[in-house]
Design a protein around this ligand. Structure first.
Ligand code: Z5A
Length: 226
């Protein structure tokens, strides 16, 4: 199986920036890479994303919110992630199932067991091989996100989560750190409150180590099983 790498963290933590830089780096090394995001990444997913994040859409009941994120993920897994992994491409994804555990589970208080079952069905058991949690204080992430909104040309508008208070975002950060403690092999916590280029170097180091391991195992298998 090719690497499936996800990026998680509080709003404005720098996930998207780092995912795009990693994509460029891996392509420069000659890898085939598919980068996508949640919610979104497919035609249906992008339509549902507009409902999920648009504050003009009626307030969403927590279970409605969970099911809409699940619709996006089911479509993304089927249309993009599974086919790309089958083609031996490296898949990068800006948020995935850990976001649901943290936002809808820890922060909104929905039943964690129900979320785990739902995640298992809709991902068809596909799990990231590495997850980077870009850890930074929510105040810093929110400031970055708001600065970006203020410089947008197409009108400055907060989304549903930017409207939440700092306490909500603190719960999200704590939730991610709790998840990281439960999955130390898969989840790497990266200090996101540093220079962009320094963070990028750390991420490349971790990914290259995993790729070297995968390629070495692949070569061993082909040489022992001709
Ligand atoms: N959600 C959910 O509830 N349940 C789910 O299952 C899923 C998602 C999948 C998606 O929002 C929302 O959906 C998300 C959780 C929820 N909401 N929240 N919060 P989104 O996709 O619109 O936004 P986001 O995922 O939260 O990310 P973002 O706001 O786009 O930020 P980011 O990707 O973490 O950061 P960035 O775009 O790379 O950087 C933000 C700005 O900071 C930008 O101007 C950068 O140039 C700057 N930046 C980045 N890194 C640095 C450093 N290191 N120093 C200084 N400045 C930096």
């Amino acid at each position: 199986m090719s690497p499936f790498i996800t990026f998680e963290g509080v709003e404005g933590c720098g996930k998207t920036t780092q995912m795009e830089m990693l994509k460029e780096h891996l392509e420069w090394k000659g890898c085939q890479v598919v980068a996508t995001r949640e919610p979104g990444g497919t035609e249906l997913g992008e339509k549902v994303r507009n409902i999920l994040l648009n504050i003009d859409v009626h307030p969403l009941a927590p279970w409605s919110e969970l099911l809409l994120y699940s619709v996006c993920r089911a479509q993304l897994v089927n249309e993009v992630i599974k086919p790309a992994l089958k083609d031996k491409k490296i898949v990068l994804c800006d948020r995935f199932s850990d976001s649901t555990i943290v936002y809808q589970g820890y922060a909104r208080g929905l039943n964690l067991e129900a979320i785990a079952h739902l995640n298992k069905w809709i991902t068809e058991g596909i799990m990231p091989s590495i997850t980077f949690i870009m850890d930074c204080p929510p105040e810093i992430g929110l400031r970055r996100a708001l600065d970006r909104i203020n410089t947008r040309k197409e009108g400055n508008k907060e989304d549903r989560f930017e409207r939440e208070n700092v306490e909500f975002h603190k719960k999200i950060r704590d939730g991610y750190l709790r998840l990281a403690k439960e999955s130390t092999d898969r989840i790497k916590v990266i200090n996101g409150d540093r220079e962009i280029s320094v963070i990028h170097k750390d991420i490349c180091g971790i990914v290259e180590k995993q790729l070297d391991g995968l390629w070495a195992r692949g070569n061993r298998q082909t040489s022992t099983n001709p």
